[in-house]
Design a protein around this ligand. Structure first.
Ligand SMILES: [Zn+2]
Ligand SMILES: [Zn+2]
Length: 259
């Protein structure tokens, strides 16, 4: 059995390997023309994607004003059916892409193969959506990533939502609060549960939040995740943030699955 000390050393080595990898990629990105992370072609524009692959991204054009799903409706019908029936707990969700090719490939490369160049490409795309939203609606007091449970964090070695949150922070100056929201229940991934009722009970009381007002006076929160499926995770995390004293919670996600 591993001792507590051994586990800590392993966590540190994973963290250092990740930080070194991300730094090396950033340095390469600055010093040399970088290969497109999708097709391997030259991304001469300085990004992690070439211009051809960038054009293939499934950007959301007509989002539901609450949950961010592509509505495919005219601009005067701004809510999707489920949001008309029941408003989400959070104020608004901004997702930049539909969960479709090639966004799904980039996300899976980042999340499951620790491909940090793919992570940087995704962070750059979300940062554009984040900034254009905040330029219009105002900037949040803090960026809070959806936390992983400790057991899953140890297995994966990094929290993809935190890495994206750091990129949003470095391009806007809004601080990341990483220890404010905690996942206290090691839930089954929502995608593995078919029934909506079971999904809700799976996430019930999954998150807890420290008292925001006594720690930071942050009231306007940007909650960050990689993929939103039904919105149940964001709802439960937002519920915990409101109990902790938040007055507004807007969610920012790379991709939104169709309901
Ligand atoms: Zn390409
Ligand atoms: Zn909606």
């Amino acid at each position: 059995m591993l001792s507590g000390k051994t586990r800590t050393l392993r966590e540190w080595s994973q963290k250092i390997a990740y930080e070194t990898n991300a730094l090396a990629i950033r340095a390469l990105h600055i010093l040399t023309p970088y290969d497109c992370v999708l097709c391997g072609g030259n991304s001469s524009g300085g990004g992690n994607l070439c211009s051809i692959c960038s054009k293939d991204l499934p950007l959301i054009r007509q989002p539901c004003q609450y949950c961010g799903v592509e509505t495919a409706q005219s601009a005067d019908q701004l809510l999707c059916g489920p949001c008309i029936l029941k408003k989400p707990v959070f104020n608004r969700c901004v997702a930049v892409m539909s969960y479709a090719s090639p966004a799904d490939q980039l996300i899976s490369q980042f999340k499951f193969n620790a491909n940090f160049a793919a992570g940087l490409a995704l962070g750059e795309i979300l940062a554009l959506g984040f900034k254009s939203h905040c330029d219009f609606h105002g900037y949040p007091d803090a960026i809070i990533p959806i936390p992983l449970h400790q057991l899953r964090l140890k297995k994966r070695g990094f929290n993809q939502a935190l890495e994206i949150a750091k990129q949003l922070s470095s391009s806007t100056g809004v601080p990341v609060f990483n220890n404010t929201l905690t996942r206290i229940k090691n839930t089954v991934p929502q995608t593995e549960i078919k029934r909506a009722g079971l999904r809700r009970s799976n996430l019930k009381k999954a998150f807890t939040c420290i008292d925001l007002l006594s720690h930071s006076n942050a009231k306007n929160i940007a909650l960050v995740d990689d993929v939103v499926t039904t919105g149940a995770t964001l709802n439960e995390a937002a519920r915990a943030l409101f109990i902790g004293g938040a007055e507004r919670v807007d969610c920012f996600c790379i991709a939104r699955a169709n309901r």
